[in-house]
Write a protein that binds this ligand. Structure first.
Ligand SMILES: [Zn+2]
Length: 64
C-alpha cells in the first residue's frame, strides 16, 4: 500500500498545476484557509500518492 504522505515537492507540483485554485470549486487559495492536496482515490482504497492521483482542494471540498 502506498504511503499517504505527500512530499513537499509533490505538493508544490500539484499546487502549481492547479494554479493554486481548488480543483473542485476553483476558490483561490488566498480566499480560504490553505488549500490541501487531496487523494482522488484514497490510499485505503488502493490509490497511490502520485501526481496523477492527487488534486488541489480547499478545506470545504476536501471534507466532502
Ligand atoms: Zn473547493
Amino acid at each position: 500500500m502506498s504511503s499517504p504522505y505527500v512530499s513537499v515537492e509533490l505538493r508544490r507540483l500539484v499546487a502549481l498545476r492547479a494554479d493554486y485554485l481548488c480543483e473542485y470549486c476553483l476558490i483561490p487559495e488566498a480566499d480560504v484557509l490553505r488549500n490541501q492536496v487531496d487523494h482522488i482515490i484514497s490510499v485505503k482504497h488502493g490509490g497511490a500518492t502520485t501526481a496523477d492521483n492527487l488534486c488541489y482542494a480547499c478545506i470545504f471540498c476536501n471534507l466532502q
